[in-house]
Structure formats: C-alpha cells, structure tokens
Design a protein around this ligand. Structure first.
Ligand code: PLP
Length: 423
C-alpha cells in the first residue's frame, strides 16, 4: 500500500486481502515465486467454501438424485435442485425449471443447435453470428448448417474491437432464424450491446442466443432484461468447478423443443414402442447428472452473491483502469480490444515476441497468462495475427499483480533482445 493511500484505499486493500484469503491456491508458489494467476478467463480459481461444499456433498450427502425414496437420495436431490435455484437467481431467472444443467457453455450451445436448430432451421435459412465468437458458438452452427443447408453470416468487428452494428443490421433478413452473439468477447474483453442486438433480431423475426461464458462471472446478468431467448454459461469461469454449466431458455421454448439426448432421467414413461418425456428441465438432462459439480456451482454463485455485485464491479473498474494505463505504456505492446465498455481480459502482443515465448518467460516468474488463439481463430484472422498473449483478471487480482506482469514483460523484452516493433 502506497504511503499516500487514502482511508478508502486502505479499506479496499483490506477487502481484497480478505477475498484473496478465501482462495487457497493463491498461497502457492510456482517456479519458486508467488503465483500470479492471470488466466481466469480460461478458468477462475475456487474459494475454500466451494471446495468444502463439494467435499461435504461427497462425504455426507452423495447418492443418485430424483426418484430415490431413501434419505440420502432426498438430500442429494435437495442439494442438486437447490443449486439450480441459486444458478437461476444469478442470471435473474425466477423459474428454476428454465435452467438446464449442462457440461458448460459449449454443451449449452450444442443443445440449442441440435434440438431447436434441427426443428427450426432449414435449407437456405440464415444464422447470424459474429467474427468475435468463441469456437463453441461457431462450430455447433457449422455442424447444423452442414446437416440442413442453412447459411451462416458473420457480423464484422471494427478496428477498435466492437461489433459493427451497421453490418449487423444489413445481415438481418427474412431468412434469419437465429442470432448467436457473445455477451463479452473472450479475445477482446468487449461488452456487446446485447439488448439492442436482441431487439433488432426480434424485429427481424429471429431468436437470440447469448453466450454468457465471459459475462456471467463479471456482469450483473438479467436474461429477462436482455430479452434474449437462450443464455449459456459455465461454472468454472465463475469460481465453480469444471464440467458444469447451464442453459437458460424461456419455459415455452424449452417445452416446445425435442430432447437433446435420450436415456434415463429424461423420460416419464418408456415402452418398447416409444417414450414420453419428463418435464423441463429434466427432459434435457439425460443420464445421471454431475451432482457434485452442480452443488459446487451453486455454492460459487452464492459466494459471488455474498461478495456483491457492487464490490465486484468497483474492483473490476479499478483493475481495468490500472492495467490499461500500465500496459499501454509498455514499449512495443499492441493492445487489442476497446478501452471502454470492456471487462478485465487483455489481449496483446509484445513486439515480435511470440505469445507462447512470452507466456513461458512469464511462467518462470510464477505469472500465469494464456497464449494462443483463445478458441477465436476467425477473430485472430480478422485482426491479422495468429496468436496473442492474454492476461485476464478477476476479483482476487491486485494492482501489484498488474505490476508483476509489467515487470515480466520488461524482462521478456530484455531476454529477446529488445522489442523492434511498436505497431
Ligand atoms: N464462450 C466463451 C466466450 C468462452 O470464453 C468460452 C471458454 O473459454 C466458451 C464459450 C466455452 O466455455 P466452456 O469451455 O466452459 O464450454
């Protein structure tokens, strides 16, 4: 803490120390240096209470869910369905039946493409996506297009990393069946105007799927206020475990859709001639679900709710401002993405140094960043790069960790013999 810190600064620093203390992994060292974890956009760390909740479930409550008449099965079911309610609340949904547990955002999009898409998209119909989508909101639609003869169209991205809304308006037409858009770009940090995008899509008669993987961890999400039709997100990006996520859709949409997979749990009756489906959301949850994962996911959103959106947002604003200031001042750094209306995901290159080399050097100092195309190959092509380095921050990161990143970049520039390019 600097000598001229105000009482407010001191309170904020105390608050952050309190949050950090809840994440045991932040105490460890990597390569002999304190871990500086700047890869939360790939997967966020888990607080002790999430770890404890999963452990308690496994130790005391584990049994298969639904239909069990014994006490443990009832308890496991209560924990599982309680988690659904918590997850629903996190995205402003009051009816937990509208939340389908999936393996994550990827499976949520695949579910919509396979189930809704197969019934509603035909040859010559159009699906509008954007050039900043994660592969998981592109490839399922390419598979659908291959099966049906549908056509995919992609909204352009402006040089400052925003969606070109004029291009978007031009792409919408009478054949548009669905618009798929990321709420927040994992490659650029851009927060997209999903309300406006949804209104325009609905005016054109199309439904809207929002990929919320990078938004649900950072923003106050209200699916009803957005007005979209589908919202997909992942537990592991919001302090929960991997292998669990959710799809939200309006009740009548889910009720009108065919199951995604068949098996146990998703039926109400099976005969040799045919089957009847269970009520939503179970119709979409074939097989024994990831019960421990769901319970951990529920605890993660309870944790975020206890931290409070205002605290989260204030911390995020501070880190964004500080990281932008410091990164922009590093000679040779090219920063991608907008300066405003963004989250704390920063993609950049440093001169001619390959992002993988940069990541390896930083790792020597215990600093974890990601390097590569970030499952954003079309975006990388559009930006004219094959890869970027990406530092992503979350509620436990400090200004000192921004400083550590900047020092690490300085060291990388020295190791690689200076930085020639300042493009
Ligand atoms: N969409 C975005 C914007 C993402 O950042 C990610 C993960 O990186 C995904 C989708 C896929 O999420 P998952 O791998 O949890 O299914």
């Amino acid at each position: 803490m600097e000598a001229n810190a105000t009482p407010r600064d001191r309170a904020a620093s105390h608050d952050l120390a309190d949050i950090r203390a809840q994440f045991p992994i932040l105490e460890r060292e990597v390569n002999g240096r304190p871990l500086v974890y700047l890869d939360s956009a790939a997967s966020a760390q888990q607080p002790q209470r999430v770890i404890d909740r999963i452990e308690r479930y496994c130790r005391e409550q584990h049994a298969n869910v639904h239909r069990g008449a014994h006490a443990l099965s009832v308890e496991a079911t209560e924990a599982f369905e309680g988690a659904r309610q918590l997850v629903a609340g996190h995205v402003g949904v009051s009816d937990p039946a509208e939340i389908v547990f999936t393996r994550g955002t990827t499976e949520s999009v695949n579910l919509v493409a396979a189930s809704w898409g197969a019934a509603n998209v035909g040859a010559g119909d159009e699906i509008v996506l954007t050039k900043m989508e994660h592969h998981s909101n592109i490839v399922p639609w390419q598979l659908l297009a291959r099966r049906t003869g549908a056509v995919l169209r992609y909204v352009d991205v402006t040089p400052d990393g925003r969606l070109d809304l004029d291009d978007y308006a031009r792409l919408l037409g009478p054949r548009t069946r669905l618009v798929g858009v990321t709420h927040v770009s994992n490659g650029l940090g851009t927060i997209n105007p999903v309300v406006e995008i949804t209104e325009l899509a609905h005016d054109a008669g199309a439904l809207v799927l929002v990929d919320g993987a990078q938004a649900a961890p950072h923003l106050m999400v209200d699916t009803h206020a957005i007005g979209c039709d589908f919202y997909a997100f992942s537990g592991h990006k919001m302090c929960g475990p991997t292998g669990i996520g959710a799809l939200w859709a309006r009740r009548e949409l889910l009720e009108g859709m065919e199951p995604y997979q068949g098996g146990g749990e998703m039926i109400s009756e099976v005969t040799l001639e045919g089957s009847k489906w269970a009520e939503i959301p179970h119709k979409f949850e074939a097989g024994t679900p990831n019960i421990a994962g769901a319970v951990g996911f529920g605890e993660a959103v309870a944790f975020l709710s206890d931290v409070g959106h205002d605290r989260l947002a204030a911390h995020e604003d501070e880190i964004i401002a500080y990281a932008l200031e410091r990164l922009s001042a590093v000679p040779g750094v090219t920063l991608y993405g907008p300066r405003e209306n963004r989250t704390s995901v920063f993609s950049f290159t440093l001169g001619d140094i390959h992002p993988h080399d940069l990541s390896t050097i930083l790792d020597q100092g215990g600093i974890a960043i990601r390097a590569g195309h970030h499952c954003n190959q079309p975006l990388m092509d559009h930006m004219g790069v094959s890869a970027t380095a990406r530092a992503s921050f979350y509620l436990y990161n400090t200004r000192a960790e921004v400083d550590a990143l900047i020092d690490g970049l300085g060291m990388a520039a020295r190791v690689f013999g200076g930085v020639s390019s300042t493009e």
